[in-house]
Every structure is written in structure tokens, then in C-alpha cells.
Design a protein around this ligand. Structure first.
Ligand SMILES: Cc1cc2nc3c(=O)[nH]c(=O)nc-3n(C[C@H](O)[C@H](O)[C@H](O)COP(=O)(O)OP(=O)(O)OC[C@H]3O[C@@H](n4cnc5c(N)ncnc54)[C@H](O)[C@@H]3O)c2cc1C
Length: 509
């Protein structure tokens, strides 16, 4: 949607960035307080395609049940069929020889593969519909913060620069991270040096089509669900790639790698380099041989992980990528948006109601700081050491996903949207789970290092097909967790003992 700037220069809330985070926050605010004067300032005249295309269970809940988008998502995007993982080693030369983990049937809890340009336009349109004023294209420059007072924003729009004031600024500027950079709060996560290269493609083979079914009949019938609308992950040593279908036929395909473990090819066109990289994997070779990237739609980003040292104060709050970003593996980006936009809206609304803000602000800052750091240590730190190693990753995946279902994704479904006020790992009762997850994550990374040294890395990355029945919020989900726990114990007894008494060393190998 396109819009012109309103004449007024005084608002209750100014939202910087009108994509998902900004527009969602505006909707949450206006739904509670329809009389709030909310201005959304969006730099782009129209949203381009962007990464962030797979939702998971929390973000699915947020989009469907909080923003009310179920029908729209069903009509205009694709229902996602979970995650699938494809491992390889030199013995796996064809698609059907690559070890697979994924659901045997369709998924049980809704999630979607979304075209972010279309989704974000729709959410922004709905924000305007509930009363937000949208100024677009308009770029925010400096923001003068005045705790407890009115915040002043410098806005460039239509060739002029003007000042706009608001009691609250919501920074939803994405990776630009306007406030965090301006205030010197932005911290690169140097313990997690990852990069990504991605594009949208045509000509990627149909996972569920007759060609592959004819070529690999046993492989095709093994899965009773649909493989093509899953987020398919190709895994290698120190890297992974996603293959995500978009409504209309294009595919989003990209690679994320740990800069300490992978050297990205230096020569050639960016699209060629990406394609050649993917062709080293047997599944990439089969699916992508005739694929062509969309001209002008090849992108890259270095040092993906960062966080702001401050998330909120009296007069401002950071949401979505403007607050922090961790890692796209498992697609937690929109979960973070769900938590941060919900919490931001609650803070602003409490301020509007005249409630005392300092304790709320302190709680919010602590919760998001803890959540970022613990989420990182529990799930992502040094994961690139072992994510391409089937025997280690299968256990980590079962534990990660099982615990996510039991302790994180189930919460909003059981308690309602208020559960989004507590980002993952921020509550005291999540602490033991955090410690447990950090422990096994460290142990798998350590075992992967030893496997590399002993030449055993990836020895079962071919010839296995692990088709799981899928997780739910029922206590029965604990059963695969128990199996995974036993599997981890076995790995410790058979090989982990070699590192029990050595000090864990940092990720470089
Ligand atoms: C490689 C990769 C893969 C990913 N995959 C997934 C995934 O599968 N699932 C998932 O959930 N997440 C994923 N993410 C994360 C996801 O892309 C982001 O979390 C999400 O897009 C952030 O949305 P946002 O609204 O916070 O920011 P953005 O989408 O970046 O929007 C920010 C908006 O602010 C505007 N803006 C910026 N500066 C200004 C300014 N000065 N004035 C006015 N407007 C401004 C921009 O124009 C933009 O529209 C991925 C990220 C990466 C890097």
C-alpha cells in the first residue's frame, strides 16, 4: 500500500518501519486503544521480496490467532508441512541415498510458507484499516529521545525534512536497527559469526512430482505427506540451506554458514556461486540442476547475529529485527517478532493508562536480554559444528523440537496471547530447561569435533530415512523426547567419554 503523510506533526506513537513488526505493533495498540494517534513511517514505496518466509508454531499462532490472518494465509500463502533435513557424505551420490529426517504424514499445528512482500503489505493495510496513519515513502533520520517526554523524529518525505513528535517511538526498522545504532546499543554476536546468501528461483524440481517419483519410487512412497511444502534443509559441514516454496511457484533457496567453518567461493556471479555451492549436495544437485535465480534477487548478509543492549525505555521500544536477530535455522525470526511486538504494545498501553513504567521497563529489558542470550546458548552456539552430522543432529533435533513443543509453542495455545509477554527462556521455571539444552548442545558440538578428528564425521549421513510421526502439545510428545535422551546417553557412553574430562574449547576447530 502507498500513502501520503498526514499534516499533523504530533502523535501518541510513531512507528519506524511498516513491515511485519511495525504494522503488527500498530494493530495491537489500536485494537486496545482505538483513539490512539499512531503514525507508521515506512521508507519503501512498496515491499520487495524478503527473507523470513517460514513461520513456526509460535509465529503461526501469532499470525492466525492474534492478528486474525488464518483465512488470508490459507488463501494467499502455503500451509507449511514441518521441517525436513537432508544429510550427505561422499557415499550419498543421489537424492534417495541422502539420509532424511522429516514427518511421515502432514503436520498437526498450523504454520505457513509466506511471501513476505505480500504478507507485510496486508498487515500494513490492516493497520491502516484499524486507524494507523501511514506515511510512505518516508525515511526517519535522527531520533531525539526524551525519557518520559515527547520523542522527536526527523522525517524525510517527498523531498522535505520535517520534525514529528510522539510520546512513544516503536523502532521496527529491521536490520537497520535505527535506535540501537544511533544510541550505540547494537552488539554483534561475535561468538556466532554466520553469513547468508539467498535468492528466489524458478525451475526448481517438484519434490512431489512424477519425475522424481519415477526416478526414485521407493523414496517417493516412503513419505505419505507432502515433502515440497516443508522447509527442506540441506545440511553440510558448517552450513545449511533452506528450500522454501512460495505461492505461485517460485522457490526461496539460500545458504547460511559459519564463517569459521566455511569459506564462501570468491569468484563468479553471486547467483552462480550460490548455485554451485548447492550443487555439491546430492539433493541440491537433483532439485536445482535446471534452476535459475531471479535476476536482481540475489542477496547476502554477513554477521547475522546481533542484539541491542537496551530494548525499551520510557518513550521508546524496539521490536523484531530492530531489537535483535539470532539465526534463521528453525525459523525463529517471527517468533521473536511475536514476543517483541506483543510486549511493546503492552508497555505502551500501560503508559497510556498511567501505570508506573520503571518496573515494567526493567522487566522487559531483563526478559529480552535473558531470552536472547539463553536462546543462543541453548540452541545455536556452535550448532554449525554438528548440524550436518546425522547421528548428532537427529538427537538434537528431537530434543530441540520436543522441548519447543512442550515448553514454548504450547504456551500461547494453552494460556492465550498473554503468554507472548514472556519470550522463550525468560521465566524462572524455564531455567532448568535452558541449562539442560545448553548442556546437550555443547556436548554434541564437542562430539562433532572429536568425530572430525577421528575421521568419523557424517558416517551415517547416507542411507537412512527417519520418518517421524510429528509433535503435538499432548504429554505423549514426551515419548520421542525420552528416546532422544536415551540416544544421547548412548552416544556419551560410546564416544562422548573421550571428552568428559577435557575442557570445552571455543568453536574454532
Ligand atoms: C537468511 C535469513 C533467513 C530468514 N528466514 C526466516 C524464516 O524462515 N522465518 C522467520 O520467521 N524469520 C526468518 N528470518 C528473519 C526475518 O527475516 C526477520 O526476523 C523479519 O523479516 C524481521 O521483520 P521486521 O519487520 O522486524 O523487519 P524488516 O522486515 O526488515 O522491516 C523493517 C522495515 O523498516 C523499514 N525501515 C528501515 N529503516 C527505516 C527508516 N529509517 N525509516 C523508515 N522506515 C525504515 C524498512 O523499509 C522495512 O520495511 C530470516 C533472516 C535471515 C537473515
Amino acid at each position: 500500500m502507498n500513502a501520503t503523510c498526514p499534516d499533523a506533526d504530533s502523535f501518541d506513537v510513531a512507528v519506524v518501519g511498516g513491515a511485519l513488526s511495525g504494522a503488527a505493533t500498530a494493530i495491537l495498540l489500536l485494537r486496545e486503544q482505538p483513539r490512539l494517534r499512531v503514525l507508521i513511517l515506512e521508507k519503501s514505496p512498496a515491499f520487495n521480496r524478503r527473507v523470513g518466509e517460514a513461520t513456526v508454531e509460535v509465529s503461526g499462532y501469532f499470525l492466525c490467532r492474534v492478528l486474525g490472518l488464518t483465512r488470508y494465509l490459507n488463501e494467499s500463502h502455503l500451509v507449511k508441512q514441518g521441517m525436513r533435513f537432508w544429510f550427505a557424505n561422499p557415499r550419498a551420490t543421489t537424492l534417495d541415498q541422502a539420509t532424511e529426517i522429516g514427518g511421515e504424514y502432514l503436520s498437526r499445528v498450523p504454520a505457513f510458507q509466506v511471501d513476505r512482500a505480500a504478507l507485510d503489505e496486508e498487515v500494513l493495510r490492516r493497520a491502516a484499516e484499524v486507524g494507523a496513519q501511514v506515511c510512505r515513502p518516508a525515511s526517519v533520520g535522527r531520533i531525539e529521545l526524551c525519557p518520559g517526554g515527547r520523542q522527536i523524529l526527523e522525517v524525510r518525505h517527498g523531498g522535505t525534512v520535517r520534525k514529528v513528535s510522539a510520546r512513544w517511538v516503536v523502532d521496527a526498522s529491521g536490520v537497520v536497527a535505527l535506535l540501537a545504532r544511533q544510541q550505540g546499543w547494537r552488539r554483534i554476536n561475535t561468538a556466532h559469526p554466520t553469513s547468508a546468501v539467498w535468492a528466489r528461483w524458478t525451475g526448481v524440481k517438484d519434490w512431489d512430482g512424477l519425475e522424481l517419483a519415477g526416478k526414485f519410487p521407493a523414496w517417493a512412497v516412503a513419505c505419505k505427506g507432502v515433502r515440497g511444502t516443508a522447509t527442506n534443509h540441506l545440511l553440510g559441514s558448517g552450513w545449511w540451506a533452506w528450500i522454501i516454496p512460495l505461492k505461485g511457484g517460485d522457490m526461496s533457496v539460500g545458504v547460511v554458514f559459519d564463517q569459521r567453518l566455511v569459506s564462501w567461493p570468491a569468484e563468479g556471479l553471486p547467483g552462480d556461486r550460490l548455485k554451485n555451492f548447492l550443487l555439491q549436495h546430492p539433493v541440491g544437485r537433483e532439485l536445482m540442476a535446471q534452476a535459475q535465480w531471479r535476476e536482481g534477487d540475489v542477496h547476502s548478509r554477513k554477521n547475522l547475529a546481533y542484539s541491542s543492549a537496551t530494548f525499551a525505555g520510557d518513550g521508546f521500544v524496539l521490536v523484531g529485527d530492530a531489537a535483535a536477530f539470532l539465526d534463521p535455522f528453525y525459523s525463529p525470526g517471527m517468533d521473536w517478532i511475536s514476543y517483541s511486538t506483543w510486549s511493546a504494545a503492552q508497555l505502551v498501553l500501560a503508559g497510556q493508562r498511567g501505570e508506573p513504567l520503571p518496573p515494567r521497563i526493567a522487566r522487559l529489558n531483563q526478559a529480552f536480554t535473558d531470552s536472547y542470550q539463553r536462546w543462543f546458548a541453548a540452541v545455536y552456539q556452535d550448532k554449525y559444528e554438528y548440524m550436518g552430522e546425522y547421528e548428532l543432529m537427529r538427537r538434537a533435533f528431537q530434543l530441540d523440537l520436543g522441548l519447543y513443543y512442550l515448553g514454548v509453542a504450547s504456551q500461547p495455545f494453552k494460556l492465550g496471547a498473554m503468554a507472548l509477554a514472556s519470550p522463550a527462556f525468560s521465566t524462572p521455571h524455564s531455567l532448568p530447561f535452558f541449562c539442560f539444552m545448553r548442556l546437550y548442545n555443547r556436548r554434541f558440538a564437542q562430539m562433532a569435533r572429536i568425530r572430525r578428528q577421528r575421521g568419523l564425521w557424517g558416517r551415517r549421513n547416507d542411507g537412512r530415512r527417519e520418518l517421524i510421526s510429528g509433535f503435538t502439545f499432548s504429554p505423549k510428545t514426551s515419548l520421542p523426547l525420552l528416546r532422544a535422551l536415551a540416544g544421547w546417553g548412548w552416544l556419551e557412553l560410546t564416544e562422548g567419554w573421550r571428552t568428559w574430562f577435557s575442557r570445552a574449547h571455543p568453536s574454532s576447530i
